[in-house]
Write a protein that binds this ligand. Structure first.
Ligand code: PLP
Length: 404
C-alpha cells in the first residue's frame, strides 16, 4: 500500500499547545518523571470542582439524554443563552440566534467553515488563542495577524488593524478577555474595534469564553455584540472555564446584528450543525442551570479567591526574575511574560520550552505557539495552588539563571 500523508489542507495548521512540547512531556512521563503541566487552561486537574448543581443536572438528565437533540441545541439551553445576553442588555436575542456546540472549539471551526471562501482574510490578534489561526487556515482562509501592544497593556493596536485591511478582509476576531495575555478591553476599546468592523463591512467574531473571569473590581466585561446592532457579530462562550467543566464540552455561538443579511450564511451553519447531528446532549442540559444559578465563579476572582490569588502571585514572582517582565493579567487564566532578548537571546522558543521541560520538569507553552511575532515570550497557566505555583516559578527562575 502507498504511504499515507496528511491532507494538504493541514499544511499551515498548527496547534502547538498540544504539539511537540506535549509529546516530549509525555515521553518524560513514560520514563517515570513527574511533569507539572502548565500548558493547558483546564481547571479540573488543579482541584477546581464544577458547581454541584451542574454535575447534578448532568446526572439527573442522563436517562433522558440518550437520543440526538435538535442539531442547533436543546431548547432550554438555547433559550437560556439568549436570555443571558438579554440580561446583559442585548434586547433582540432569541432562541433562533443560538447554536450549541461541543465546546467553543467546535463552534469556531464550524462558523469559519460556513463563512470563509478560499483566500478570504480574517484579522486575528497576535498573540492569539491558536485555534483561531488554525481554524481560519483549515477553512481555506488567510489569517492576518494584528498586533496587540504589550507596552499598552496588550491592547489591540488599532492603527495596525486598519493598515492590514484589504478588499479581501472579511472578519475581525476579538478575544476578550484575552488568552494568552490576560488583557480585558475597556468599553471604548471594544467600541473602537466594532467601529472598524462597521466602517470596513467586517463580521466580528468575539471569543468571550473568559467573560466572567475578571480580577479587578474596576474591570467589567463589555460584550462586542453590545457595541452596535448594525454589525454582524458572532459571540462565542461556554461552560469550560467559568464553570470549570472543560470535559463536558458545552459551548455556544450567538448571532446578533443585521441577521437578515446573513440568512444564507446561517443556513450554511445550520447545514454543518445538521451534519454533525448535535452537541453532547447531557452537557446541554447543564447550560440553563449554569447560566441561571448562583455564580460561584465570583468567589474565585476576588481577593482571597484562588483564581485571583494565583494570578497575582504568578505575576509578582515572574516580574521578580531578572530580565523578565509580565503585564498583570486583568482576567482569564494565564500570564504571558517577556524574556528580555538582551538577557536571554533565544532563537527558537519551542526548543527553549523543551529545554526547560527537560531540566525542570515544567511544561509551559512558547509564545510563537500563540502566533506571537518573536521568540521572546511564554505562557504560564495560573491554575495551580499558590504553593505549587511558587515552586514552579522558582524552578523557572533557576533555569533562567543558567541561561544568563
Ligand atoms: N477560546 C479561547 C480563548 C480559549 O482559551 C479556549 C480554551 O482554552 C477555547 C476558546 C475553547 O474552549 P472550549 O473548551 O469551549 O472548546
Amino acid at each position: 500500500m502507498r504511504k499515507i500523508s496528511q491532507s494538504r489542507k493541514l499544511r499551515n495548521v498548527r496547534y502547538d499547545v498540544r504539539g511537540p512540547i506535549l509529546v516530549e512531556a509525555q515521553r518524560l512521563e513514560a520514563e517515570g518523571h513527574k511533569i507539572l503541566k502548565l500548558n493547558i487552561g483546564n481547571p479540573a486537574p488543579f482541584g477546581f470542582e464544577a458547581p454541584e448543581a451542574i454535575v447534578a443536572d448532568m446526572v439527573h438528565n442522563l436517562p433522558d439524554a440518550q437520543g440526538y437533540s435538535d442539531s442547533r441545541g436543546i431548547y432550554s439551553a438555547r433559550t437560556a443563552v439568549a436570555q443571558y445576553y438579554q440580561s446583559r442588555g442585548l434586547k433582540d436575542t432569541a432562541v433562533e440566534d443560538v447554536f450549541i456546540g461541543n465546546g467553543v472549539s467546535e463552534m469556531i471551526s464550524m462558523v469559519l467553515t460556513a463563512f470563509l471562501d478560499d483566500g478570504n482574510e480574517i484579522l486575528v490578534p497576535a498573540p492569539d488563542y491558536p485555534l483561531w489561526t488554525g481554524a481560519v487556515s483549515l477553512s481555506g482562509g488567510t489569517p492576518v495577524h494584528y498586533r496587540c501592544d504589550e507596552d499598552n497593556g496588550w491592547m489591540p493596536d488599532l492603527e495596525d488593524i486598519e493598515s492590514k485591511i484589504t478588499e479581501n478582509t472579511h472578519g475581525l476576531v476579538i478575544i476578550n478577555p484575552n488568552n494568552p495575555t490576560g488583557a480585558v478591553y475597556s468599553k471604548e476599546m471594544v467600541a473602537k474595534l466594532v467601529d472598524i468592523a462597521r466602517r470596513h463591512d467586517l463580521v466580528v467574531f468575539a471569543d468571550e469564553i473568559y467573560e466572567k473571569i475578571l480580577f479587578d473590581d474596576a474591570v467589567h466585561h463589555h460584550a462586542a455584540a453590545a457595541a452596535g446592532n448594525d454589525v454582524l457579530c458572532l459571540t462565542f462562550s461556554g461552560l469550560s472555564k467559568a464553570y470549570r467543566v472543560c470535559g463536558y464540552r458545552a459551548g455556544w455561538v450567538m448571532v446578533s446584528g443585521p441577521k437578515e443579511l446573513a440568512e444564507d450564511f446561517l443556513e450554511g451553519l445550520t447545514l454543518l450543525s445538521n451534519m454533525r447531528m448535535c452537541a453532547n446532549v447531557p452537557a446541554q442540559h447543564a447550560i440553563q442551570t449554569a447560566l441561571g444559578g448562583y455564580q460561584s465563579i465570583n468567589e474565585l476572582i476576588v481577593p482571597g479567591g484562588r483564581f485571583y490569588e494565583q494570578a497575582m502571585l504568578a505575576d509578582r514572582l515572574l516580574n521578580e526574575i531578572p530580565g523578565v517582565t509580565s503585564v498583570r493579567p486583568r482576567g482569564a487564566l494565564y500570564c504571558f511574560p517577556r524574556l528580555d532578548p538582551e538577557v536571554y537571546p533565544i532563537d527558537d522558543d519551542e526548543q527553549f520550552v523543551i529545554e526547560l521541560l527537560r531540566a525542570k520538569k515544567i511544561l509551559v507553552t512558547h509564545g510563537t505557539g500563540f502566533n506571537w511575532f518573536a521568540p521572546d515570550h511564554f505562557r504560564l497557566v495560573t491554575l495551580p495552588d499558590v504553593d505549587v505555583l511558587e515552586e514552579a516559578i522558582g524552578r523557572i527562575a533557576e533555569f533562567l539563571a543558567t541561561r544568563r
